[in-house]
Design a protein. Structure first.
Ligand SMILES: [Zn+2]
Length: 169
């Protein structure tokens, strides 16, 4: 079961509040599946500043994502760091300005689900180029194997490493 990433702001006093969350892969496996991630070990700090009709959410996300290396297909640990600020305004009835970056919420809402935001941040924080930091960290046998098949232009599909490679393309 995925745990909730909600902040109940309705009872909070005006001013600054801090929240901390730990994020693992099982927390993002259902509707918000992080593509290709084999593991997640992330810490999220949210600083919420509550004002009368709005709140600021300052996110700091950091940790590691386990990903398949594009070069050798073996998994490696990709460090990620991401910071983002979000402004939430309360209005009733709900008026949403599409051009605006602000998030609008109904005045009667008592909590905010951070899951879609966290998901977006993780996806944005994962680099396009996903490889072991040093070529020497790569599995040389896998690379040789991949090159052998790439050169011959055919694969039996029997070796699981070949299947992984195909999925990446
Ligand atoms: Zn590698």
């Amino acid at each position: 079961m995925s745990k909730p990433f909600n902040i109940r702001f309705s009872g909070l006093s005006l001013g600054q509040h801090k929240f901390n969350f730990n994020i693992t892969l099982s927390d993002f496996s259902d509707d918000f599946k992080v593509e290709d991630a084999l593991g997640l070990d992330l810490a999220l700090e949210v600083v919420l500043v509550k004002e009368i009709n709005l709140m600021h959410l300052n996110f700091s996300l950091g940790g590691c994502v386990l990903l398949p290396c594009d070069r050798c297909t073996n998994k490696y640990s990709q460090p990620i760091h991401f910071k983002e600020k979000i402004l939430v305004k309360f209005s009733s009835p709900l008026v949403i300005d599409e051009k605006d970056e602000t998030h609008y919420m109904d005045q009667n809402q008592i909590d905010i689900d951070l899951r879609p935001f966290i998901y977006e941040f993780i996806c944005l924080a994962i680099p396009m180029k996903r490889v072991h930091e040093k070529t020497s960290d790569c599995d040389q046998e896998s690379i040789e194997f991949i090159h052998k098949f790439a050169d011959s232009g055919s694969g039996s599909g029997k070796d699981p490493r070949w299947n992984i490679l195909e999925e990446l393309n």
